[in-house]
Write a new protein. Structure first.
Length: 273
């Protein structure tokens, strides 16, 4: 099972009422919302993940149901690859756990025993994530230093988050699966056209990692009609484009009352050899 480990010594952390402690005496406060912050000073640097505005935008948009077909496809894929009664799963870049909690529910409904750890570098996302799911273990941590044992995970989820291939290989059991979800080339094309004078296609090349074999790849493409101007703005603000676009260009979204836009995803399954 993917027990959460101490980032200082690697010992197993035990959850208490207000903290997590390891056998060596290292202690980490448990936030009121339930997550534990395992980022130590030299790891965090200037990167703190998604800020409050980005997290709220993603929450507002996702709760509109626009990405529900993707969420159900992820749940279906997890269930297909969950062969045992107990499923040890790590969600790397879980955000506010919109996908994670639904995966947990799907496994419970199927009579499985899900043991799920979610990690994200954003405290703001995990504050919201702890409100979802029944028994998720959540930690602020880097995908490039996952706080779990070697070969402890049956499945790793990696949905719109950094691809830390070496860590995924380390943490997966032999024969375990990485489920990697990323945008396809034409994802949100009409939204880009509304903002940029010269929009460009996404780079949809599959990431590579020695020891992880790409065993399956499937696309999911459909169109969504957004009739709420606030949801159009939320969609843009939850993407990486928000931090790379001038306020002048972002202001073009205020002119839109509705938008019909293509959503295109690639779901890739990697198997640990």
């Amino acid at each position: 099972m993917p027990q959460i480990l101490c980032p200082v010594c690697g010992g197993v952390l035990t959850q208490n009422e207000k903290s997590y402690t390891c056998p060596e005496g290292h202690s980490f406060d448990r936030a009121k919302s339930g997550y534990v912050n395992l980022l130590i000073s030299h790891q965090s640097g200037s990167q703190h993940g998604d800020d409050k505005e980005m997290v709220r935008s993603r929450r507002d948009f996702l709760e509109g149901g626009y990405y529900e077909p993707l969420r159900q496809e992820i749940c279906k894929t997890v269930l297909e690859k969950s062969t045992g009664d107990t499923v040890s799963l790590l969600d790397s870049g879980c955000g506010e756990c919109w996908y994670t909690a639904e995966v947990e529910k799907t496994l419970l409904d199927a009579g499985k025993n899900p043991d799920i750890v979610g990690i994200d570098i954003s405290k703001d996302a995990l504050k919201m994530g702890d409100k979802r799911g029944k028994n998720l273990s959540l930690a602020v941590a880097s995908a490039y230093r996952l706080p779990v044992w070697d070969e402890s995970c049956d499945i790793i989820l990696n949905v719109f988050a950094p691809f830390a291939g070496e860590e995924y290989r380390r943490c997966l059991k032999k024969g375990g699966y990485l489920i990697h979800v990323s945008p396809d080339e034409g994802h949100l094309w009409e939204l880009k056209k509304a903002v940029y004078e010269k929009p460009y296609l996404n780079d949809a090349l599959p990431p590579q990692q020695e020891g992880l074999e790409l065993s399956e790849e499937k696309g999911l493409k459909y169109r969504i009609s957004i009739q709420n101007p606030a949801h159009i703005k939320a969609l843009f603000m939850m993407t990486p484009y928000a931090h790379k676009t001038s306020p002048k260009d972002i202001a073009r979204l205020d002119e839109l009352n509705a938008l019909d836009v293509a959503v295109e995803f690639v779901i890739r399954l990697y198997k640990k050899l």
